[in-house]
Ligand binder design. Structure first.
Ligand SMILES: NC(=O)c1ccc[n+]([C@@H]2O[C@H](COP(=O)([O-])OP(=O)(O)OC[C@H]3O[C@@H](n4cnc5c(N)ncnc54)[C@H](OP(=O)(O)O)[C@@H]3O)[C@@H](O)[C@H]2O)c1
Length: 285
């Protein structure tokens, strides 16, 4: 990669951001396509989000990814956001065009594409259980709700009120029936019996709490489930091992990350990047 005075900058902002895989995979795509771009990571604290976006305008930074915890906080500083990002209530991609900052949400594309390409689910099954009700869950539930074949979405959360409000907020955008439950063993056993796909969007099982699982001892899992864990650090979570132990298919979230990044890259450059190159740039474990 040759950096000159005409090289355009791309970046990710987050807090923390040191462990982000985005620079690795995005720069791999830049190199493969021979573009004059460079992607870096900026550690931005919550009180500096507005200043960071002003800096994006001032320095003519071409595009940004936004990661935890800023996906909602950036919205007031943008000139425009896509309908999808507005409905999800989170922006993970910003495109800077002639002084205007436009926000998108490519996590929705990431999960739907990974369910199809990685998990082999095309079409999606009629009943899907989602664990969690925070930022990531919003994109997942919205994305599932846009699919005509999905008839029921069961949302489970430790704090049940958040599952209720997520179901309420997303119901105008979907024909699917949205149900909310506490994340408790008895509720899970009953709900998973009629579900064909389980998606974990909680942070349970993520490094460093790698010995934890959002489904406890896994008694609610069954062999006819596909279990998709959007956590990608570690690549194989305890939940995935529990799924495999009962004969279910277990899929990790690393390819969701790749596909959301690929879509961001396309928004910035107009080119859909080689996803295999991006995947190959990521750590293997
Ligand atoms: N693969 C990808 O591309 C991708 C994209 C986005 C996010 N992610 C991953 O998704 C995960 C969640 O992201 P997020 O931004 O939504 O994080 P977050 O806001 O921290 O989400 C927290 C969620 O986890 C639940 N939770 C936390 N600790 C729990 C516990 N001990 N027991 C039960 N539930 C618990 C919370 O429940 P309460 O509401 O009760 O607190 C809430 O629903 C992270 O691991 C992130 O890396 C992956």
């Amino acid at each position: 990669m040759k950096i000159t005075s005409s090289t355009k900058l791309l970046a990710v902002i987050g807090d923390p951001v040191k462990h982000s895989f985005s620079p690795l995979m995005q720069n791999a795509a830049v190199r493969a396509l021979g573009l004059d771009l460079c992607y870096v990571a900026f550690h931005v604290r919550p009180e500096s989000v507005g200043a960071a976006l002003n800096g994006m305008r001032a320095l003519n930074i071409m595009g940004m990814n936004v990661t935890v915890p800023h996906k909602e906080a950036v919205i007031p500083f943008l000139d425009e956001i896509s309908d999808e990002a507005a409905r999800v209530g989170a922006v993970n991609t910003i495109h800077h065009i002639e002084g205007r900052l436009i926000g998108y949400n490519t996590d929705v594309y990431g999960i739907l594409t990974s369910l199809k390409e990685t998990a082999g689910l095309a079409p999606l099954p009629p009943t899907v259980a989602v664990l969690g009700a925070s930022g990531a869950a919003r994109g997942v539930v919205y994305g599932l709700g846009t699919r005509p074949e999905v008839e029921r979405i069961l949302i489970y959360n430790r704090t049940p009120e958040k599952a209720e409000s997520l179901a309420r907020e997303m119901s105008p955008w979907t024909h699917a029936r949205l149900e909310s439950y506490p994340l408790a063993e008895t509720e899970l056993v009953a709900g998973l019996r009629s579900s064909q796909l389980l998606i974990n969007t909680t942070s349970v099982g993520m490094h460093p709490r790698v010995d934890e699982s959002p489904v406890g001892d896994g008694a609610a899992l069954h062999p006819d489930l596909v279990v998709y864990d959007i956590v990608f650090n570690p690549l194989e979570t305890k939940l995935i091992r529990q799924a495999q132990a009962v004969g279910a298919k277990g899929v990790g979230g690393i390819e969701m990350l790749v596909y959301q990044g690929a879509k961001s890259f396309e928004i910035w450059t107009g080119i859909y990047p080689p996803v295999e190159v991006m995947k190959a740039a990521l750590p293997r474990r």
